[in-house]
Design a protein around this ligand. Sequence first.
Ligand SMILES: [Zn+2]
Length: 412
Amino acid sequence: MSKSFKFFFVLLLLLSLSFQAMAYRVQFADEAAMKPLRWKNGKIPIALSTSLIKQNFSIRNESDTVNAIRRSLLTWEKVTNVEFEVSWTDLQSLSPSGNSGDGVSLITIAPTSENLVLFGNETGDVSARTRVFFNRKGFINEADIVLNPYQQFSTDGAIGTFDLEATITHELGHLLGLEHSSVISSTMYAQQRKNGTLNLSGFSLRTLAEDDIAGIRSLYGAKNAEKDCCGQLHGKLIQTDGKPAKNMQVWAEEAETGRVMGEVLTVADGSFLFEGLVEGIYRIYTQETSDKVIFGAAEELGEIKVKKGKTLNITKKLKDTPNGFGLLYAGFNGQLSELAVPLNDGKSYTVYIGGKNLDTKSVHIDFNSPFFSITPGTITTHDFGSQVSVVSFEVNVKSQTPPGEYSFIVIL
Ligand SMILES: [Zn+2]
C-alpha cells in the first residue's frame, strides 16, 4: 500500500434488528433518533446531596436511605458495564436546563425553588424527575435526579409513600440513557405505584425486568459474569514531538467480525485502559477527537491477542496526521449529519460522507467487517457547494449481522 494513503474511519451503528421484539426505548441526542444517548465511559460519578440524610418531611423517619440508594446503584451495576463512583456534596439544586450543567451528577430531595419548579404544575403524583445533559456526539456528561420534595418516600413499604429504592432505580435508568418502556412490569414503565395501591407494595420496581436489562445492555453491553473471564489492555500514545497524546479516541474491534467491542479516551498522560475484553484477537485503532473535525485521521495500533486474566501493554508513537483533511459528516438519504449512521441488517443503504479537501475522484472505501460490503460502481460525487466535498456509496448489510457498532474506512 502506498505511503501517501491516509485512513479515516467512521462508525456505523447497527440498530433495532427485526427479530428483537423488546419494548424498551433509549433517549436520543437528536430529533431524528439516530444517536442514542449514553455515557462515554462506564465509570459514572454520582454526588449524593446531604439533603437526603438531613431530617426532612419528604423521607419518613428511620428510613434506610443510604442503603436503599446503594442497592439501586448496584442493581444496574450487576447487569451491565457501568460503575458508579459515589461521593457526598452540600449541593442542593439540580443544574438549570441548558446545553450544559455544572458537571456534577446530583441526587437530591432538597425543597429549593429550582427543584420545586420541576413539579410545580403537576397535578398527578410524580415521584421524581431526571435532567440529562449531553454533548453533540450524544455522550451524557451529567444527569441530575430530583426526588419530588412534595411527596413522601420510605424504605419499609409504608402505605401512601413512594418506595425510595424503586424510585431511584427507575431514575438511574434515565440517568444512564433509557426512556420509558411500554412493558408494564418493567422498572422503566412510566407510572410508579405508591405503596398500598391495590394492596400491593411498591417494591417490584427495585428489581429489573428482562426488558430493562436488554435496554441497558443495548447501551453498555452485558456484565462479565466472572471477574477473571477477561483480559485487559493497557496502552500509551505519544505524539511525534514526544508529548503524551491525550483525548485520543481508542477503540477495539473483534478481528473476526469487525464489531467494536470497546471505546475509550486517552487521559492526560496519553494512557488508556480496556477492561473486560473476552479472550480473542482484536484490532486496535485510534483517531483524534476535536471540535473541528467529527471523524479525524485514524491509525491502526496493531492486532492484539487478549488472554484471560492477563494485562497487555502497548506503547505507540503516533504518525503525524495530514493537515487540512477531515471528514465532517456522514449520513444517508441525501442528508448529512455529524452522527453515526444507523442501519438494519439484511438491507442496503446509500451512505453519504462529506469532508474538507476530500478528493472525491481518488477516494476508496472499505470495511473491516465481513458483514458489510459496498456495491461496486456505486461511489458517486455530489454537489453540495464549494465548502464541502461529498460522495455517496451503497452499503449492503448481511442478514444476521450482530448488533453493535462497526467502522468503515475512507482511504484517500
Ligand atoms: Zn421516568
